[in-house]
Design a protein. Structure first.
Length: 478
């Protein structure tokens, strides 16, 4: 009985530590994601401050994204070489100091340099934070830990635009960056106090060719995808960037497969649960659910003719649905398992996206709000299930590379979702030969995006019934 009691105490202690680490990492993720959503509300005011047009301020977003793309592949190696905790502390420090530099910038050049530094901090923060969670959470606690670090991605978009608008209106745009100071200081104190140090016992030599090929390919691909939504300069540069990114990416994969000590260990893709949830069906489904937040504000403002504030209230219902599902995600996955949830919930999520094609300005507002809640609830469930299943069967030696690869592919899916949605709207408008978007263009886009989600949902049937059972605790019947 003493041994049983001791094992129970050890398990409870490990569970508390896993939840504590996940919450601390979530604080840093929240700071990072809040910064990404809050800046867009103050671009015109920042342009006035710097004496440049508001459209010129978009370079701050582009530089941030490209810097992230260049340095994300480096994060796993750094975590193994110097310790994930140490690199996470560096990432938070760099991001916080860069936020201060953004807030005190006097011109566009200074601001762009500060945003590049912020992008570097962000590139290290996300994958390294996930590595810390993976190293401190036993498999039985991985589901709860992943749910905790997923909430910032669901909560930050809810308050970011509202908070940014309030700060810009009643204070100044500078405080949109200064707000990161208390969050960063709190994150540093919590990491230093509660997260144990760690370092890989076997240090790999740095793979310079792998870093250059991977970074160049990812940066070209992401910049090309980002440009699809902005066609002012024509299609040729966009096509050239995406083509270059694809070619360089292929060269990077070829090198990583052949190299003796590759920067990224691609053997994680041999793990079925990681490959399906991260690379194939998971990436395709993420494209669908990342397209929706881009389409909905346009639908309500351009298609319905609503004021931004009224459109924002409807979008709020969508993101509140994201938050509302968090309390039932874990018990649902434990009851039904990953395979059933990803298929059934994926179908419901896809149908809710397609249902957006059926609403109009005449649709009762209560019905629209209900649809937004359902879409948000199912989006949240699918995100958490995918993010947890991805690491359910990954070996400890593969975790650093798997976390980095997951972050890279999620960035691609996010931008590709916006790119596909923008392309569908543009193609529909061109095919109809009209000068402006209409409600019918949005209907076509939502239907097409929903079909993409449906196709990905049925692809999850390739998972075995017991997929991730050690993590979910679900025991399928024979």
């Amino acid at each position: 009985m003493t041994a049983i009691a001791e094992n129970k105490v050890l398990a409870e202690t490990a569970a508390r530590q896993a939840r504590r680490v996940a919450l601390i990492v979530a604080v840093a993720f929240f700071m990072q994601l809040l910064d990404s959503t809050i800046i867009s509300t103050s671009l015109p005011q920042m342009g006035d401050s710097f004496g440049v047009p508001a459209v010129a301020m978009s370079i701050g977003i582009t530089v941030y994204m490209l810097t992230m793309a260049v340095f994300v592949p480096l994060s796993g190696w750094l975590a193994d070489r110097f310790g994930a905790r140490n690199i996470f502390l560096v990432a938070i420090t760099l991001f916080t100091l860069a936020s201060i530099a953004c807030g005190i910038s006097q011109n566009l050049t200074q601001f762009v340099a500060a945003r590049a530094a912020q992008g570097l901090g962000s590139a290290l923060m996300t994958p390294v934070g996930r590595i810390l969670v993976l190293r401190n959470a036993p498999k039985s606690e991985l589901l709860n830990a992943t749910a905790l670090i997923t909430w910032p991605a669901l909560f930050a978009p809810v308050i970011g635009p509202v908070l940014g608008g309030f700060i810009t209106t009643y204070l100044s745009w500078h405080w949109n960056f200064f707000i990161n100071i208390p969050l960063g200081v709190a994150g540093l104190a919590l990491v230093a106090r509660y997260i144990p140090g760690d370092r890989d016992s076997e240090t790999r030599p740095f793979d310079w060719p792998g870093f250059l090929w991977t970074s160049m390919g990812l940066a070209s691909m992401l910049y090309g995808l980002e440009r699809i939504a902005h066609t002012e300069d024509g299609a040729l540069p966009t096509v050239a960037l995406i083509s270059t990114g694809s070619l360089v990416g292929w060269l990077a994969v070829r090198h990583l497969v052949r190299a003796k000590n590759p920067l990224l260990d691609l053997t994680a893709f041999k793990v079925q649960t990681f490959a399906i949830s991260t690379l194939s069906a998971g990436t395709i489904f993420r494209v669908a659910i990342n397209a929706t937040p881009f389409l909905l504000p346009l639908l309500f403002q351009v298609g319905f003719g609503l004021r931004p504030v009224d459109a924002g209230m409807l979008i709020l219902a969508y993101f509140l649905g994201n938050l509302g599902m968090k309390t039932v995600t874990t018990p649902t996955l434990r009851r039904f398992g990953f395979r059933s949830v990803l298929v059934v919930n994926g179908v419901i999520a896809s149908l809710s996206i397609m249902a957006c094609a059926a609403i109009s300005p005449q649709t009762p507002q209560a019905l629209v709000v209900a649809l937004m809640l359902i879409a948000g609830l199912t989006r949240s469930m699918q995100f958490t299930a995918l993010n947890t299943l991805a690491f359910a069967d990954v070996a400890s030696s593969q975790r650093s590379s798997a976390s980095t690869l997951s972050s890279m592919l999620q960035q691609v899916a996010m931008l590709f979702g916006v790119a596909v949605a923008a392309a569908l709207l543009n193609l529909s408008q061109i095919a109809r030969g009209v000068p402006a978007l209409d409600l019918v263009d949005f209907r076509i886009a939502f239907l097409a995006i929903g079909v993409i989600g449906l196709a990905a949902s049925f692809r999850f049937l390739a998972l075995p019934p017991a997929a991730g059972a050690e993590v979910s605790g679900h025991l399928p019947r024979n």
